[in-house]
Design a protein around this ligand. Structure first.
Ligand SMILES: NC(=O)c1ccc[n+]([C@@H]2O[C@H](COP(=O)([O-])OP(=O)(O)OC[C@H]3O[C@@H](n4cnc5c(N)ncnc54)[C@H](OP(=O)(O)O)[C@@H]3O)[C@@H](O)[C@H]2O)c1
Length: 322
């Protein structure tokens, strides 16, 4: 099969397109013909092997697995013993980053049906389905950790990113009131995703707002708890998807659990089949629609990585594997 391979940590120049053997599915797994995948920030971290903590999972000196692409959408071409609920010909979407066997940047990938795999809702094509899980899955874990619910007020910084754009749609579905922060050019997009109020960060520093929120969710990790304290209600929650400039967020999560009223949360996501089915059901109901920025062919994957590494993609970047 054709696949994008990397054998050393480094820049997108390390990627090459090669012909290699297709994976052989094991008991409880399906083999999927991949039609579309994505390049996301998780893939970028594993390509560079940065932050260094990533290497505890991916291999200390060089990558243990050579194919990135933690999201995919395609058609099942083989079903192994022990699989129930999935059949040859089914259209499926999946996400896998837990056992570091990504595999979406190839024509075939094998996956356990106990992981984050679900049927693609009828109204979605492979491109949109391929980017349905990464951002939404991380967003969901933060939303659950903070127990975001009806009538709460939530500020989302980076509402145009993969995590932010998915999180905004899910939080609105839960009935909370959302103030979204983005660049001026994307105010229209963010309003169309359901934001009640939009702050253009080029004009207004959201940390100086007079309003206070139940939750500040920095989905692009550009702020700090210290700067956001004054816009948090007395028992408000601050969450960031990044470690913070001094890697302080996991420590603050521990500290604020026992000290002070305002809390920092830094949840560790878990991949479950239930979440895959839940997110697919939100897509089916029209509650959540993944935002697609650009699409690239597999041959141009290095270019896609360079774009995603700018940190300025809007929603998601698709890789067509056909
Ligand atoms: N903790 C975890 O488990 C986990 C997992 C995956 C990723 N991450 C991290 O989460 C972050 C977000 O990932 P993502 O894929 O959702 O992001 P992304 O799609 O790369 O985010 C890009 C967006 O960020 C916005 N942005 C850039 N600078 C900004 C600023 N100063 N203020 C506000 N918005 C800004 C840009 O929109 P505008 O043009 O509108 O500014 C752009 O749409 C990354 O830092 C990634 O490393 C964490």
């Amino acid at each position: 099969m054709k696949a994008a391979i990397y054998k050393r940590y480094g820049s997108p120049d390390e990627l090459s397109i090669e012909d290699i053997s297709a994976p052989v599915p094991k008991k409880g797994e399906v083999l999927v013909r991949v039609y579309a995948s994505s390049v996301n920030r998780t893939d970028c971290g594993f390509l560079r092997g940065k932050p260094l903590i990533v290497r505890l999972f991916s291999g200390l000196r060089k990558p243990k697995s050579t194919i990135l692409g933690c999201e995919f959408a395609g058609e099942i071409v083989e079903v192994e013993v022990g699989v129930t609920g999935f059949y040859v010909g089914d259209r499926v979407m999946g996400f896998k980053d837990d056992d570091y066997g990504f595999g979406g940047h190839a024509e075939y990938t094998a996956m356990s049906v106990e992981g984050m795999i679900s049927h693609i809702p009828e109204r979605f094509g492979y491109e949109e389905a391929a980017v349905g899980f990464e951002g939404a899955h991380y967003a969901l874990h933060y939303i659950r950790a903070a127990n975001i619910s009806k009538d709460q007020t939530v500020l989302i910084n980076g509402a145009t990113g993969a995590i932010g754009s998915a999180g905004l749609q899910i939080i609105k579905h839960l009935g909370a009131k959302v103030t979204a922060v983005c660049a001026g050019a994307h105010v229209g997009l963010v309003k169309s995703l359901g934001a009640d109020q939009v702050i253009n960060y080029e004009e207004t520093d959201f940390t100086e707002l007079a309003e206070q929120f139940d939750v500040v969710f920095d989905s692009v990790g550009k702020s700090t708890f210290g700067r956001c304290k004054k816009i948090l209600k007395e028992e408000g929650i601050y969450m960031s998807t990044e470690l913070g400039p001094y890697s302080q967020n996991p420590f603050l999560a521990l500290l604020t659990k026992f000290h002070g009223k305002r809390r920092v949360l830094f949840p560790i996501p878990e991949n479950t089949k239930q979440d895959a089915d839940y997110l697919a059901s939100l897509m089916e109901k029209g509650v959540y629609k993944p935002v697609v920025d650009k699409s690239y062919q597999l041959d141009d994957i290095a270019e896609a990585f360079r774009y995603v590494e700018t940190g300025m993609k809007i929603g998601n970047v698709v890789i067509n594997v056909v």
